[in-house]
Every structure is written in C-alpha cells, then in structure tokens.
Design a protein around this ligand. Structure first.
Ligand code: MRU
Length: 359
C-alpha cells in the first residue's frame, strides 16, 4: 500500500537487514526501522513495533533468516526458534512460520542455509499477500451484493486487520480496499480498540488509501447496529479453530454479541495459516496473552508543540488487568472469509474448504 504516494510492505528485506514500519509511533509519526539480528526482531514483535497475526509470522521468518545468516548451526536455529516463539502466545501464525522455517532449514546443509532461509522468508511474505488478495476477492462479492441492494455499504471493524497487520493488503480490510477501488460506495466504522488503539492504525491506513471512515469509541458499535447504521461486521483473527471459533483482539466477542442481537452479519477474514487444526476447545486451550497493565493505565497523546508523549490516565496504584484477546464462539459468526472461499463457521464448513487438512 502507499504512504504519501510511496508503495510499502509492512516488512521487507534490505540487503542483510530487515526493515519494518514502527507501528508504536503511528498514527502520529511514520518511521521505518532496520533490524540487524534475531534479538532485535524478537524485541520488535514483543513490543508491538510489528503486530497483527500474519505480520508477526512473516517477521519471525525474517528473524530466522537473520539468525541463520549469523550462525547456521542447529543449536543457533533452535535458540532463534525458541526466542521468537516466546514473544507472543496467541496468534498461531507465529508458530506456523517458525515451524515452516525450521523444517525448511532441516532439509538444507549448513553452508546453503542462509540463502535458503532468506528465500523461504520471502516466500512466506509473498504468499501472505496472495492469501489476502484472495480473501479480498471473496469478500468483495459480499460487499457488492449489499451495495447493489442499498446503494452503499457501512462496515464495522475492530482492531487493525489491514495491511499494517499483514505483509500487505490486509485481511478484514482487503475486501474493503477492493470494493473502494471498484467504485463501490463504502464507509467504515472503526473501533478505537483500547488499550493499544489499533483502530487508529486502521483509520490511518484507510485514510491513506482514501476510504471514508469514522473512528468510534469501543462501546459505540452496539448503538450503531441498533440504529441500522452497520450493514456487516468484518474482523481479522489471531487463531481460528477447526470448529470455527474465532480468537481475535479483546472486545471482538462483544461486537459479535451485539451483531447477533441486531441481526447484523458478522464475518472473520482469515488466511489459511491462521487456522489451528489441532486445538479442540478454543476457550480452554488458546493461550490468551496478558499484557502489561501499563497499557491500560496510560495513553499516547500528542500535546502542545506536536510533542508525542505517553501520559497517565489513572493515579498511581490503581489496579488494572489487560487480557489482549478473546474468543468469539462459532455460533456468533455468520461465516469465515478465507483465501479459499467463504465457509460457514463450523467444522463441516471449514472441512469442505480444506478437505485435505482434515482426517
Ligand atoms: O495485538 P495485535 O495488535 O497484534 O492484535 C492484532 C489483532 O488482533 C488482529 O485483529 C489480528 O491479528 C488479525 S490481523 C490480520
């Protein structure tokens, strides 16, 4: 996608380094960073300089490439896999990418490992874009059908599942970008998504592309749905079970409950690597990241003189909790938009799309 007219991916190789957009500084400041080793990649993922399930997977793959370039031994590969795998627990894409890189390295002799690692990381990044374009095409049909009936589409989204959360294009935002580019009148309600305010990233990237959008407080969605102002909800996901349960950013579940009550269709847009075919019980088994409570007790603001600062919103000593994800049961999900097509959120629905994956 373009930023001020210049095309960017959200992670890319630059010579022997990995470049990222520092998402902790958006939407106020656009800065790129160049990471030189696996420790810096791990820090970028943990601190959410890069974030979003597909993007942390792709970035970890580049992290393995950096590690193997420095030392191609099995021991170093294992250390890198462990370090990167421990950065964030919920998005299954991270583990998926690390396992794929490790498997690939095990088929290659040491001297050839660095080249093979860079090219496998590039493959993962390129495939992510292809997945997202396919999701976009399938989702576009849904948006077009609504626009044909109503003349305009109002979508509500939560968190950021746009190009910043992937290598490019986005998952939940892919159909929206394609619809906008196809001339379909579309407007997006963007949940702020406290505490990390990923909605600001969504509003920023939609605006960069010229897609009309409105930022709303997290609690406004239900009210808008009750008043017929939302035609459908589309969110991304960090992990979807074979039964169609959707784990995504905290607050997604509440949006799904409101959507059900208001008969507003609720979709999750999901690339194939986000499906976890092993976990059986989403609520019990998906590890939900508990992040530092400082994220709840502070906020990043731009003050006088355009100075950006992290300010307290609570007095010292106030208790807080910060679960970062929740699970929306399949019964609240109208369908899952995947790169293979749109499936009912059920074991049978996903099985039909992915027959070879399921026994
Ligand atoms: O904590 P984050 O910002 O990494 O969480 C991101 C989300 O929950 C996204 O909605 C999800 O990863 C889908 S991204 C295409």
């Amino acid at each position: 996608m373009k930023v001020a007219g210049i095309p960017y991916r959200s992670v890319w190789r630059e010579a022997d380094r990995v470049a990222i957009i520092d998402q902790t500084r958006l939407p106020f400041e656009f800065h790129t960073l160049h990471l030189s080793d696996c420790d810096e990649i791990a820090h970028a993922i943990r601190s959410m300089q890069v974030r979003g399930a597909p993007l942390i997977g792709a970035t970890a793959a580049y992290g393995i490439a950096l590690a193997v370039s420095a030392d191609a031994s099995d021991a170093n590969l294992q250390n890198a896999a462990k370090l990167l795998g421990g950065t964030r627990p919920t998005a299954v894409n991270l583990q998926w990418a690390i396992e794929r890189m490790t498997r690939r390295m095990q088929t290659i002799t040491w001297p050839a490992r660095a080249d093979a690692a860079w090219s496998e990381a590039e493959n993962i990044a390129d495939e992510d874009i292809a997945f997202n374009l396919a999701i976009g095409r399938h989702g576009l049909a849904l948006l077009r059908a609504i626009a044909d009936k109503k003349g305009k589409v109002n979508v509500l989204t939560h968190c950021n599942a746009g190009w910043l959360a992937t290598v490019d294009v986005g998952t939940a935002l892919a159909p929206i970008y394609l619809a906008h580019d196809a001339g379909i009148p579309i407007h997006v309600w963007v949940d702020e998504t406290r505490p990390r305010n990923q909605g600001l990233l969504t509003a920023w990237e939609l605006s960069q592309h010229g897609v009309p959008n409105t930022l709303i407080a997290d609690n406004a969605g239900g009210h808008l749905m009750q008043h017929g102002k939302v035609d459908l909800v589309i969110v991304g996901a960090d992990r979807v079970t074979a039964a169609g349960d959707v784990c995504n950013k905290i607050g997604t579940y509440l949006k799904a409950l409101a959507a059900k009550d208001c008969a507003v269709p609720f979709y999750a847009a999901v690339p194939s690597p986000t499906i976890d075919w092993i976990i059986q019980d989403a609520l019990r088994e998906i590890p939900i990241e508990e992040r530092n409570t400082a994220e709840v007790l502070t906020m990043r603001t731009m003050g006088a003189g355009n100075l950006v600062a992290q300010g307290k919103i609570a007095p010292d000593g106030m208790r807080a909790a910060n679960p970062a994800f929740d699970v929306t049961p399949a019964r609240l999900v109208t369908a899952i938009i995947t790169d293979r097509g749109i499936a009912p959120a059920s074991r049978e629905g996903l099985q039909n799309l992915y027959r070879r994956k399921v026994a």
